[in-house]
Design a protein around this ligand. Structure first.
Ligand code: OFO
Length: 174
């Protein structure tokens, strides 16, 4: 059984993951608007992954006999200055998500809620990957300094990304 405090914190994370999805969907729309379909594809898949992250927590709350309360999802920024600006924001957003996952783990440890702590370890690992991937793309973008040839090559590369169901879903689906 989840404590009320843990339940609320997990519900907030369901909302946060949906905000991430919304943010990346907005970034995908931006890339479409500047004719970079590969970048748009990468962000669209990122948005889909975020939805799964949120839904897996939703299932976990039910699995522990908790009650889900959904909060308002804020609108993401509507304008971006450049691909570099988008990935700088992606990096800082993922750092914030890592901090909020760490806070959830801290709470689970404080409450000796081993089941929640165990569940959250998937997210701890995932955040390492999310931060590293966004950072690597940002560094590449900075190195090519908006050179059209480089952006075109990268657009091709990011266009090859395909959606694979995050493994947390298999473990959490009812
Ligand atoms: Fe859910 O990992 Fe990004 O935010």
């Amino acid at each position: 059984m989840l404590s009320k405090k843990m339940q609320k914190a997990l519900c907030d994370q369901v909302t946060a993951e949906h905000y991430s999805a919304y943010l990346y969907l907005g970034m995908s729309a931006y890339f479409n608007s500047i004719d970079l379909p590969g970048f748009a594809n990468w962000m669209y898949i990122q948005a889909q992954e975020e939805l799964v992250h949120g839904i897996a927590i939703y299932h976990q709350i039910h699995e522990r006999n908790g009650e889900v309360t959904l909060n308002t999802i804020e609108a993401p920024p509507k304008k971006w200055k450049s691909p570099v600006d988008v990935f700088e924001n992606t990096c800082s957003h993922e750092q914030k998500v890592t901090a909020s996952i760490n806070n959830l783990v801290n709470l689970a440890i404080e409450e000796k809620d081993h089941a929640t702590n165990n569940f959250l370890q998937w997210y701890v690992k995932e955040q390492v990957e999310e931060e590293a991937t966004a950072y690597a793309i940002l560094q590449k973008l900075k190195m090519m300094k908006d050179a059209p040839g480089g952006i075109f090559m990268m657009d091709k590369e990011l266009g090859a990304r395909v959606f694979t169901m995050p493994s947390i879903m298999a473990a959490s689906a009812d």
